[in-house]
Design a binder for this molecule. Sequence first.
Ligand code: 2HA
Ligand code: ZN
Length: 268
Amino acid sequence: MPFKLNGELKKRVEGVAFTGQLLWQKGWAEKNAGNLSLDVTDLARVKPSQLKAPTFRGHPGYPTPLAGRCFLVTGTGTRYRDIEKEPEQCLCLLRLSEKGIGYHVLWGGRKPGFKPTSELSSHLRMQHSLLQRGGKLKVVLHTHPNELIALTHLAETNSQEALNWALWGMIPEAKLFVPKGVGLVPYRLTGSEALAQATVGVLDQGYKVVLWEKHGALAVGADPGEAFDLVDAMNKAATLYLLCKHAGQNPQGLTREQIEEIGRTYPE
Ligand code: 2HA
Ligand code: ZN
């Protein structure tokens, strides 16, 4: 019997689709920009008979603790804005094989020539990092938020420390919602091993938002909405920063003392 989505999995697909719409409306998802993976292992009950050869695809490998886990992932070349209309074309539900040699596509992946995101290997390594952080964080979301990217192009905000103080200074919610700040990964080639490795290194330090210099952002959360909110809060701060610059002035910003007071009063 083919695998069917239960009510909970359907809700997760709808959640991904809704976030896809938000990313598009924000202007953070041009063409096929961005990609997403969501760990749904706890919700997918798979029968051995559903793990048959035709659904199997080889994969060069992933961290051993992920064997048998199930993920909803976006497809290579698919658009965030199309997920709502065509979830089965744009997404797939896959289950990693026990032996670490591939995965079964249980649902979706119906676009002709469908392949999971070209960043699947890095997503799986990031998912492994989240599992090691206790398993509450289930989603890895990558997108291209305009104003945050812009700040990584400016000399004055092109260091992690300068960037975080600048963002926290713009509005109390930046410190409230992202108390650890963003981790900044220096420019690396899109889809490269070096980019994946550097990102996992930052996630392993406990960050929830990672900025890829001159490229985009990556956020983790319990669900797609939570990951979206973190990028949204920080991008709002970046927008305010740039609005002040557009007005021809440097933003005053909250003082370090005011920012630290927020951190002390409302610890994560
Ligand atoms: O999916 O955004 O960085 C396209 C990308 C890769
Ligand atoms: Zn990207």
